[in-house]
Design a protein around this ligand. Structure first.
Ligand code: SAM
Length: 299
């Protein structure tokens, strides 16, 4: 093949999932490439999904659907709690979760603890759609291991959001009991923790293990689902755990969503309620560790 011919070939970035599945995205332009102490970082302009961030070849964020993940990880607990002032985000160095959290005017401070400075640096330069929020005066970025940070901090938070990669490498302890005991210690009375809880379709063992762990630490554990394009399998979950007697549906003040004046693209009160309806196999497998949902009319 001549050089001229090879230049015309489209380039692709490929994600492999457990050596059984792969996704390929057509790349128009490589924006950022780097190797940190923790992982390889690629930020690329794709032909179909906007800019995308890959950590070690795994899609983290795509401009086309990041709003789904970031709205659901943030607004569901914020509207269930109802009075959050301080938030701790573990992971999430792209800034998307911080962006959504700060849409709530009652939030005074949001600390992001990301282990990898290269993720923050790359996203600040090339993914402003999420990372611009990190420059908000109420946001504070700490580069540290979230496990160590939570074990050592004297700060207290109304809401902890674990916006983590899959349980491999430095993210593995973010799924374990020691970490969640430390999270419990840093929560204020009535506080909650929400976590990236993997998928009942492609990572069900990891999800079940996380839910068992949360059940061993917290009084109430719930799971809610969302759909997206760029995470394998399409159907993924978040967990919500708390020691407070606060049910995500019974205590959900739907009118507060409208009053907030926030412009959502995915989240709304119907989505909030529907997200807690789990497929039968997921509900049956997780039931021993989940707190039954109470609807407002059952209260
Ligand atoms: N929504 C994403 C997903 O599930 O694909 C998660 C995105 S966010 C970019 C995840 C971040 O968690 C990564 O940037 C990674 O560096 C960070 N991370 C992994 N382990 C961590 C730890 N122990 N402490 C703090 N951050 C961690």
């Amino acid at each position: 093949m001549t050089d001229d011919a090879s230049k015309k070939l489209p380039s692709w970035i490929e994600e492999y999932h457990r050596d059984v599945l792969s996704f390929r995205y057509r790349v128009d332009k490589v924006l950022f490439r780097g190797q940190s102490d923790f992982q390889r970082i690629d930020i690329v302009e794709t032909a179909g999904f906007g800019r995308m961030l890959f950590n070690d070849g795994v899609a983290m964020v795509s401009e086309c659907d990041e709003f789904i993940y970031h709205e659901m990880i943030s607004h569901v607990p914020l509207f269930v709690h109802g009075a959050v002032e301080s938030v701790l985000v573990i992971g999430g160095g792209d800034g998307g979760t911080v962006r959504e959290v700060l849409k709530h005017p009652g939030v005074r401070h949001c600390r992001l603890v990301e282990i990898d400075p290269l993720v923050v640096e790359g996203c600040r330069k090339h993914l402003p759609v999420t990372a611009a929020a990190l420059d908000d005066p109420r946001a504070e970025v700490t580069i540290a291991d979230g496990v160590e940070f939570v074990a050592g901090t004297e700060e207290r938070y109304d809401l902890v959001i674990v916006d983590s990669t899959d349980p491999v490498g430095p993210a593995e302890p973010l799924f374990g009991p020691q970490f969640y005991n430390d999270v419990k210690r840093v929560l204020t009375t009535g506080g909650m923790v929400v976590s990236q809880a993997e998928s009942c379709l492609v990572e069900f063992e990891a999800q079940q293990s996380l839910i068992r762990t949360l059940h061993s630490v917290f009084e109430r554990v719930h799971v809610y689902n969302y759909t997206n394009i760029t995470y394998p399998g399409g159907l993924w979950s978040f967990s919500l755990a708390t020691d407070a007697d606060r049910c995500p549906l019974r205590d959900f003040d739907e009118s507060g969503v409208g009053r907030s004046g926030i412009a959502f693209r995915y989240y709304n009160p119907r989505i909030h309620r529907a997200a807690f309806a789990l497929p039968t196999f997921q509900e049956q497998a997780l039931a021993p560790h989940l707190t039954p949902i109470q609807r407002a009319e059952e209260a």
